[in-house]
Write a protein that binds this ligand. Structure first.
Ligand code: FDA
Length: 285
């Protein structure tokens, strides 16, 4: 898939390009619209420590370039890209280097949340890194039954959380299965975060939920600078522009790199219309 010209063209809707130069160009363009960025250098689930170190070094370079080019941006990483499947200890050492660099550059590292087998380890690592460096936060998935407890822990420790619905296939023992349950839990957790979180990020393209967030903060006269909305590159540009015009903070998640297949497949799975879009284009091609 990753080498097929047609598939690349389709993935281009969700991915800024193959190289850091593409990411940088997208970041500049997005910043000019008054929107902040978090860069995702694609390439999860590496199988060797050499690959994990290469990912770390790429991210170190991205942090340096963000600073050199004065971008309003930070980075999002996945622990399986930093070696978690091979050695938790090595993974921690890799993440620590990046988080320390982020502290030195006055930047920030967001640790994305992967499938539920990583939740506990991710939170433990984030909590330890935060105690030492501060410049790190993570993600909470509203579909997980455990998330309220996790949010309370993050709030207590003043760790920045991004709230999203959750993008992996999870069994009923750990995750709500109905969309209505996930949405209800999202709103519940969002209120906790907006009221007690440290600069929370509300990451969704769901207009109803975004309206709920606005109503909640406006009813309490909360500052619009105390939180941010986040969306994915290429999704709901109309909604993105509207939020910015209304004076809300918005950050786009901008993936770049050659290893876009798993990211692309999650975006397809989220929306049946995307699969139709892909099928139509494949037939045309
Ligand atoms: P929902 O899926 O209900 O979609 C609401 C509306 O948004 C749709 O009706 C449609 O208009 C639009 N939309 C949503 N997805 C679309 C798509 N793929 N293509 C086109 N339109 C689409 N997940 C995770 O497990 N770990 C993580 O670390 C992160 N990180 C993350 C960062 C940021 C900034 C965002 C926005 C999202 C994530 N996610 C994530 C993904 C998240 O869990 C979720 O899968 C997607 O955001 C889609 O869910 P929505 O909240 O948009 O709602």
């Amino acid at each position: 898939m990753e080498t097929s010209a047609l598939a690349r063209r389709l993935a281009a809707r969700f991915v800024a390009g193959d190289t850091w130069a593409d990411g940088l160009e997208a970041g500049r363009r997005i910043n000019r619209e008054g929107i902040a960025v978090t860069f995702d250098r694609l390439g999860e689930s590496v199988t060797s420590l050499a690959e994990a170190e290469a990912s770390r070094d790429e991210y170190m370079r991205v942090l340096a370039e963000i600073s050199d080019h004065h971008l309003d941006a930070n980075v999002s990483i996945k622990l399986t890209q930093f070696g978690m499947d091979t050695s938790e200890q090595a993974c921690r050492a890799n993440v620590e280097q990046l988080v320390r660099r982020a502290r030195d550059l006055n930047s920030f590292v967001r640790i994305d949340m992967e499938s539920s087998e990583y939740t506990e380890r991710t939170l433990r690592l984030v909590s330890d890194m935060h105690a030492q460096y501060k410049t790190v936060g993570t993600v909470i998935q509203a579909y997980l039954r455990r998330s309220e407890k996790d949010i309370e822990m993050l709030c207590r420790q003043s760790i920045r959380a991004r709230l999203c619905k959750g993008a992996y296939l999870e069994p009923a023992e750990v995750a709500f299965q109905e969309k209505s349950e996930v949405d209800r839990n999202f709103v519940h957790l969002m209120r906790i975060l907006l009221a007690a979180g440290t600069y929370p990020a509300i990451a969704t393209h769901d207009e109803k939920i975004i309206q709920e967030a606005k109503d909640f903060v406006n009813a309490r006269n909360f500052s619009r600078d105390g939180f941010e909305f986040q969306m994915l590159y290429g999704i709901r540009r109309d909604l993105q522009r509207r939020l910015v015009a209304e004076g809300y903070r918005l950050r786009l998640y901008v993936p770049f790199g050659k290893a876009w297949y798993p990211y692309f497949m999650r975006r397809l799975a989220e929306r049946p219309a995307n699969v139709l879009f892909l099928a139509r284009n494949l037939l045309r091609g």
